[in-house]
Design a protein around this ligand. Structure first.
Ligand SMILES: *[C@@H]1O[C@H](CO)[C@@H](O)[C@H](O)[C@H]1NC(C)=O
Length: 414
């Protein structure tokens, strides 16, 4: 049961990025230009890309829930010969890093650690520094960090054609001093909007499109490129926004939250915005709202729940009740910009240990902190990111179950 300890919550939002490494980020070019360029290529200059071979070779990776940390782990391979790692799936940061030998200070990891000296394709990056080294340090909101050296390495993931999808000379972080993750994870794979992220390094061919379906148990998948399109019945889409202050984050605009029949508007609170007020993040467990708005949402829950209030057993100030059943609790709906109403399953919004149920929405007092739409709320929803059309799409789904062949959908799309 992915119920909380205080350490499992805000893993991912990355606060400080690296130093000594400069790259042109997607953030510096208007995302619209990107779109136009792709449409052009698709319709005219490279018709071969429309072939089924390309569609059939869409990359994907298996993911699973680490119940201890409530993080999703993506399986991928690095190096030659390929060496498997399981990295936390994080749309709130950019870098793909893994614990790397020799270790100055590594956390305990169950799986064997990556040894660059055993890989024929591993190369430390060189930088314009006195000793040409290229160090990085990445810090996350929950105090997790990784320090090490940038390197280029082959990254391999599965593909639907059966042929492995290989990304030569991918920039990764070889972490020699790392702290904060559970032993099941060998690192973090960043999937944000920045140029270093895995999806950005896949290149234009993959259209900046990926989708994942986070199952509460068993194996689920993350997909990249055209096979990752989310469409069809029950799909709702909302605009993604980028902020120049925090260029990598995928911001959505949350207009209101309904608790049962009570609609709580962001309008009139400091949370209200027109161009993004909440970051969608696969690497954070709970959903976080700023105090004033959040208290109204909690109030609305209190108004309908008749079960007894109990103190949060994990001391993290959650709204908790003693109840024999989840049925006692009201359905919560997120109203995103553009009429994208996401009706959440009760499992998404109430976490329990035994008979103690807590609301998976946490309030923070500092109104300037980032609101987060976390991974528990995204469970059993197919979530698609499309940076070329600037949309995030949601489609309720049973994520543990293989979906049907979507081939017909792709021909429609193309
Ligand atoms: C690892 O990094 C931390 C945080 O920057 C630092 O305090 C510590 O001294 C480093 N440890 C080693 C062995 O380099």
């Amino acid at each position: 049961m992915p119920l909380a300890t205080t350490t499992m919550i805000a893993l991912s939002l990355q606060i400080i990025n690296c130093f000594l490494f400069t790259a042109t980020t997607l953030a510096s070019s208007p995302p619209h230009g990107f779109t136009v360029d792709l449409i052009h290529r698709h319709s005219n200059s490279s018709p071969s890309r429309l072939s089924n071979t390309h569609l059939g070779s869409s990359p994907y990776a298996d993911t699973s829930l680490d119940t201890l940390s409530s993080e999703y782990l993506m399986k991928l391979q690095i190096g030659t010969p390929p060496f498997e790692i399981e990295a936390i799936l994080d749309t709130g940061s950019d870098l793909l890093w893994t614990q790397c030998l020799p270790c100055l200070n590594c956390y305990n990891q169950y799986a064997p650690m990556f040894d660059p000296s055993k890989s024929s394709t591993f190369k430390y990056k060189t930088c314009d520094t006195p000793d040409h080294s290229c160090p990085y340090k990445i810090d996350y909101v929950d105090k997790t960090y990784s320090k090490g050296t940038y390197a280029t390495e082959t990254v391999t993931i599965h593909s639907s054609s059966g042929q492995p999808f290989m990304m030569a000379e991918t920039i990764i972080g070889c972490g020699h001093n790392n702290s904060g993750l559970t032993s099941s994870a060998s690192g973090i794979v960043g999937l944000n909007w920045d140029s270093l992220s895995l999806i950005s390094q896949m290149g234009e061919k993959f259209l900046g499109i990926f989708s994942y379906c986070l199952a509460s148990k068993g194996t689920s998948k993350i997909k990249f490129g055209s096979n990752a399109m989310v469409a069809g019945d029950e799909t709702v889409s909302t605009t993604m926004f980028m902020k120049s202050e925090k260029p990598g984050y995928y911001y959505l605009n949350l207009d209101a939250v309904s608790v049962g029949d009570t609609r709580v508007e962001t309008f009139g609170t400091s949370f209200h915005a027109l161009e993004g007020n909440i970051v969608i993040d696969s690497g954070t467990t709970y959903t976080y709202f700023p105090g004033r708005f959040c208290n109204q949402v909690h109030k609305a829950v209190e108004n309908v729940v008749t079960a007894d209030r109990v103190v949060d057993p994990s001391n993290s100030n959650r709204l908790c009740y003693h109840s024999g059943t989840i049925e006692t609790f009201p359905v919560i709906t997120m109203h995103f910009y553009g009429g994208a109403d996401l009706v959440l399953d009760k499992y998404n919004m109430y976490v329990n240990r035994g008979r103690v149920f807590c609301v998976a929405i946490m309030c923070f007092a500092d109104e300037t902190k980032e609101a987060v739409f976390g991974n528990r709320a995204q469970n059993n929803v197919l979530v698609g990111y499309d940076t070329s059309s600037l949309l995030v799409s949601f489609k309720p789904n049973d994520c543990g179950v293989e979906e049907t062949n979507q081939e017909s959908l792709f021909s429609m799309f193309l």
